[in-house]
Ligand binder design. Structure first.
Ligand code: HEM
Length: 139
């Protein structure tokens, strides 16, 4: 399941399920010559680091093997990070791995509309809901 998780992570790197989230500055913060005053909200975004060459070489390529190496803290953020990290992270990981395992090993499936357009609003999703044909593999 190691490679399956690498594929899932790479999918969430390229198309993160959330755009980002907010944090509130509990003190004045100096960052890159700017002051973020106490009480201000800061928006962190997944795309900010997921598509940054500094953290992911050749970021537009789908390359699950990149997760063989460890990733810098707070660079890969589909589940957020820090004290408010997604509380369901481990459950989501388990569900993804079990789902992909059974779909791949027990079923044959294909896309009904292989050229289905992807709509961005604000996150990408298949415009027709990605209908598939699926049937159990014969033993
Ligand atoms: C692929 C599936 C999921 C993704 C991508 C996801 C992503 C996220 C993200 C990005 C956050 C915000 C983290 C932050 O602000 O640093 C979050 C928070 C949270 N998630 Fe998930 N989540 C997933 C599944 C789940 C599941 C299955 C559960 C519960 C069964 C869950 C429960 C929560 C809760 C309770 C929080 C709020 C945590 C807090 O504020 O302390 N999530 N999730």
């Amino acid at each position: 399941m190691k490679y399956t998780w690498q594929v899932a992570r790479e999918s969430m790197r390229i198309f993160p399920p959330i755009f980002g989230s907010f944090r509130k500055a509990i003190d004045d913060i100096e960052y890159d010559g700017y002051t973020i005053p106490r009480g201000w909200k800061v928006l962190w975004t997944t795309y900010g680091t997921h598509y940054d060459e500094e953290y992911f070489q050749d970021p537009l390529s789908f390359n699950p093997g990149r997760f063989e190496e460890s990733v810098q803290p707070y660079a890969f953020l589909p589940f957020g990070g820090g004290p408010r990290l997604c509380a369901g992270y481990q459950l989501a990981k388990l569900n993804i791995l079990v789902f992909v395992h059974y779909v791949v090993t027990r079923y044959n499936w294909s896309l009904v509309t292989p050229e289905e357009p992807i709509t961005i609003d604000p996150l990408p999703f298949p415009s027709l809901g990605m209908p598939i044909k699926i049937y159990p593999k014969l033993a």
